[in-house]
Each structure stands twice: as structure tokens, then as C-alpha cells.
Design a protein around this ligand. Structure first.
Ligand code: AR6
Length: 231
């Protein structure tokens, strides 16, 4: 519609009544800047081809489980486009469950540019990684490794050389990384989700019993990791 187009063009966001943030409440270097915040992409739903309805149920379920444990901190599901299907599914389901939209919301933006381009400071970002924890390969993994520079590759190697599906690893980012200096990111949490893409390693084909179990484990591991950072 014309209205949607205008919103897209101006880059404005809807006000947060349904778990989508009103940008004016966090920009401008006010106190919102210091609220510990985890920005995370939807794990497994692009290159790894995980079903969006099932993934959105799991995201909302896991957010609900962890939200009481993060204190004043916030969880933010990020995707690149205003038309993101996963963001709209999660936004609707989170609102239905009355999840506090100050503590959990969806947000449109590049996860490597949230502060500089969108005025949202997130001190921790999650990565939808590959099992080798290697840069490149496309998607959010390529974007994060590129934006963070060699500092992330080096710090990642010190923590782990590989990851099993459903697991995560916390990597503190050195202050020499552009992601630290420009965006204020102090930690990257690499997460390996279940893979449903036959062209990628460890494909589960259509086994969504196992796939859903691994995706739940992945979000538990990610949110546990964030809790351990903010404590
Ligand atoms: N900022 C925010 N969200 C993004 C960005 C970005 N810069 N880029 C992508 N997304 P994907 P997966 C969203 O494919 O399905 C890699 O090659 C995207 O729209 O990155 O877990 C790895 O090396 C989607 O909603 O991750 C692995 O091999 C979400 O991030 C494999 O892909 C996840 O999409 C992992 O596949």
C-alpha cells in the first residue's frame, strides 16, 4: 500500500505496542544506550531453510522462558527488511502472549550497523554461524565477520574450533574491532542452528522433531550465554 511504502521510504518504524520498537525511545544517547541488549538474527531460517512458522513459535517460547531471568536487559530479534516474514510472525505471537515490549521487540536493520545506522545500542550480538566457525559463506555470518575484522576471527579461534548443532560459544570482542569502536559491541555469541538444507553439512532433511529440539537448544544456549554476560 501507499502507507507502507511511505513508512519504508522514511525508514520509520511503527510504535511499539506490538513488540516493535519506537526508535525515538532509544536514540539520542539517552539512558537506553546503557541497557544491556542482545540483538539476534532468526537462527536457521534463511540459508538453513528451517520452517518459519515453527521457528517463530520456538523464538517466542524461548523468549518467554528467559525474559524473567535477564533483569533490566533486553532481547531484540533483528532482520534486514521491513517485509521480513519471521519478524512479523514473531511480533504477532509475542503480542498474543503479552510479552513485555520494552524487554523484547523486533527490529529492522543490519545487525552490524544497529548503533551507527539505527540508533540502537546492542552490547551483544548473536551470529547464525557454521560448524567450522569460519568467516564468509553468506548471510549474517559473512556480514558479522566482515564488519568485525580479523579481531573476531582471532578471538573465535581462541575459544573454539568448531560447534555442534544446538550449541553456542561466547567470544569477547577486542577494542581494536570496528564492531566494538563503532557499534559498541563487546561480545559476539556464535550459534549453530539445525540445518534443513541438503546442500549444507548435517542436513536433517524433513526431521522437524529433531530440528525443533535442536533449535530450542540453540536459543537456550544463546540466552544462557547472554544471561552469563549481563550478570
Ligand atoms: N543483519 C540482520 N539480519 C541478517 C543479516 C544482517 N546483516 N544478514 C542476514 N540476516 P542466515 P542460517 C538474517 O542465512 O539460516 C551462513 O552461510 C536473515 O534474513 O544468515 O542460520 C553460515 O555460514 C535470516 O533472517 O543463517 C551458515 O552456513 C537470519 O539472518 C548458514 O548461513 C539468518 O539467516 C546459516 O544459515
Amino acid at each position: 500500500t501507499v502507507l507502507q511504502r511511505t513508512k519504508m521510504d522514511s525508514g520509520a518504524l511503527e510504535v511499539g505496542k506490538s513488540n516493535e520498537l519506537d526508535i525515538t525511545s532509544t536514540s539520542g544517547g539517552n539512558s537506553a544506550d546503557s541497557i544491556p541488549t542482545l540483538a539476534f538474527p532468526s537462527i536457521s531460517t534463511a540459508d538453513f531453510q528451517f520452517n518459519l512458522e515453527k521457528a517463530s513459535d520456538i523464538i517466542v517460547e524461548k523468549v518467554e522462558e528467559f525474559i524473567s531471568r535477564i533483569g533490566k536487559a533486553r532481547l531484540v530479534l533483528v532482520d534486514l527488511s521491513q517485509g521480513s516474514k519471521i519478524l512479523s510472525l514473531v511480533k504477532t505471537k509475542a503480542a498474543q502472549k503479552n510479552i513485555d515490549s520494552n524487554k523484547f521487540f523486533t527490529f529492522v536493520g543490519d545487525i552490524t550497523r544497529l548503533h551507527s545506522q539505527r540508533g540502537l545500542h546492542c552490547n551483544v550480538i548473536a551470529n547464525a554461524a557454521n560448524w567450522r566457525l569460519k568467516p564468509g559463506g553468506g548471510g549474517v555470518n559473512a556480514a558479522i565477520f566482515k564488519a568485525a575484522g580479523s579481531a573476531l576471527e582471532i578471538a573465535t579461534k581462541e575459544k573454539a574450533v568448531s560447534l555442534s548443532p544446538g550449541k553456542s560459544v561466547i567470544v569477547p570482542l577486542s577494542s581494536s574491532s570496528p564492531l566494538f569502536t563503532r557499534e559498541g559491541v563487546t561480545h559476539v555469541i556464535h550459534v549453530l542452528g539445525p540445518n534443513m538444507n541438503p546442500m549444507r553439512p548435517d542436513c536433517l532433511k524433513d526431521d522437524y522433531v529433531q530440528g525443533c529440539k535442536i533449535l530450542r537448544e540453540a536459543y537456550s544456549s544463546l540466552f544462557e550465554g547472554f544471561v552469563s554476560i549481563v550478570r
